[in-house]
Design a protein around this ligand. Sequence first.
Ligand SMILES: [Zn+2]
Length: 105
Amino acid sequence: MRKTACELKPDAYRVTHPEYGTVDLVALTDENAVLLACREWHISWGLNACDCRAVKLKKAERGVCRCCGYEAFVNGNGLCNQCAREKEIEKRAYFRQYPVKRERP
Ligand SMILES: [Zn+2]
């Protein structure tokens, strides 16, 4: 029988894209990590997935996020997905001043 999402153990992944950089997140599979990363970068998964490289860092463990202090699955930087996303948004606000060429999704 197929496992439900709650039964699967998530892992910490680092996803790299040649144009959009690197994002660390917690995901169930490498495909899932790439999908989440594309969502973080607001780019089309269909067009960009093959350029993404997902590397499993370690088994994600329930830990305390070093940013918000809540207990959650944390990524390689010790951040929960939400704080990792907020960091990413800060970074994007910076890049908005110096935009990079972006394909239409
Ligand atoms: Zn957090």
